[in-house]
Design a protein around this ligand. Structure first.
Ligand SMILES: [Fe+2]
Length: 306
């Protein structure tokens, strides 16, 4: 697809493409709200142990409009692991999903780790992480609906986070061709083979849709990786995947980009995200460290009044 044919270009001015369908009305409002929201995603937090009502409402408003919010703790040096857990608890995120490499409290410590149990996984390297939603390889009963990333220490260079709301990606793809969102909503669209190590099955085969609804809430499971995944053998699915890749590669104005500083973080409804490669400090105690909590529940503050 050439730049002139990009779905982003087609959406340069949504007001010039009015429609009276339910999708068009939703899409226009959603895109306008999202564009505004991502210009002001950061919420300053005085004390992560005790969010003020104003801070709660500020986070809720951003989550409503973009499925994500950034936060910055005023006193990063005082924010320990317990403070991040306390912050998550106040957002209704009570029980982190205990993935393979998580600590006892459910938080994963994303840093460069070379031991046998971590080195198979790119999040524990300094390599670029391509677009994905967390837990795309999980069975439906373990759907990851929200996520919190908290930066303890940034890298010496690089490591920026990029994110885009999956509702925006859905809208762009649907506007490109409604057959594409239909194709990626089939229950057998994307299969992730079982994860095996040393002959043992760590996780079973997972087959499911890319887009799905839960009680009127859109969700997405996706990975841009090309190896060890199986797309449904359907020409429209393959067209849709190519269009989705083009959207992600050509939507810079809709992508939130932030190199998280110490004491900063993101909470989100498992939006699409990626990470730049990075270079760590040669000093061991100054290497990049991110706490990650993943949750099967969604934050409960979204219904708070604005
Ligand atoms: Fe991730």
């Amino acid at each position: 697809m050439s730049p002139a044919e990009s779905p982003i270009n087609a959406l340069a001015d949504p007001l010039t493409h009015p429609g009276d369908t339910r999708f068009d009305r939703w899409w226009h409002e959603r895109l306008v709200a999202y564009r505004t929201a991502i210009t002001d995603l950061m919420v300053k937090i005085d004390d992560p142990h005790q969010l003020s009502r104003t801070e709660q409402q500020a986070l809720a408003k951003r989550m409503r409009n973009s499925n994500m919010a950034l936060y910055r703790c005023r006193h990063p040096a005082r924010v320990d692991r317990a403070a991040v857990q306390a912050l998550a608890l106040q957002l209704g995120l009570c029980e982190p999903d205990h993935n393979l490499c998580a600590a006892d409290d459910g938080f994963s410590e994303l840093e460069v780790k070379d031991d046998a149990s971590h080195r198979r996984y790119i999040p524990y390297s300094n390599l670029q992480l391509n677009w994905h939603t967390d837990g795309y390889y999980h069975a439906p009963e373990r759907t990851i609906r929200s996520m919190l990333l908290h930066c303890v220490r940034p890298a010496l260079r690089g490591g920026a986070l990029e994110a885009i709301d999956y509702e925006i990606v859905f809208g762009l793809l649907h506007q490109c061709d409604p057959r594409y969102t239909d194709a990626l909503s089939q229950p057998d669209t994307l299969a992730i083979p079982a994860n095996q190590a040393a002959g043992a099955i760590i996780r079973g085969l997972c087959i499911g849709p890319v887009f799905f609804h839960e009680g009127g809430v859109l969700r997405m499971r996706y990975t841009a990786r090309r190896r060890n995944i199986i797309w449904k053998n359907d020409p429209v699915v393959h067209e849709a995947v190519a269009a989705l890749e083009t959207i992600l590669a050509s939507s810079a104005e809709l992508v939130v980009r932030r190199r998280l500083a110490a004491g900063e973080g993101m909470v989100c409804n498992n939006v699409l995200h990626r990470r730049d490669a990075f270079t760590d400090s040669p000093e061991r105690h100054r290497t990049r460290l991110i706490y990650r909590g993943r949750y099967t529940q969604a934050p409960t503050f979204q219904s708070a009044p604005s």
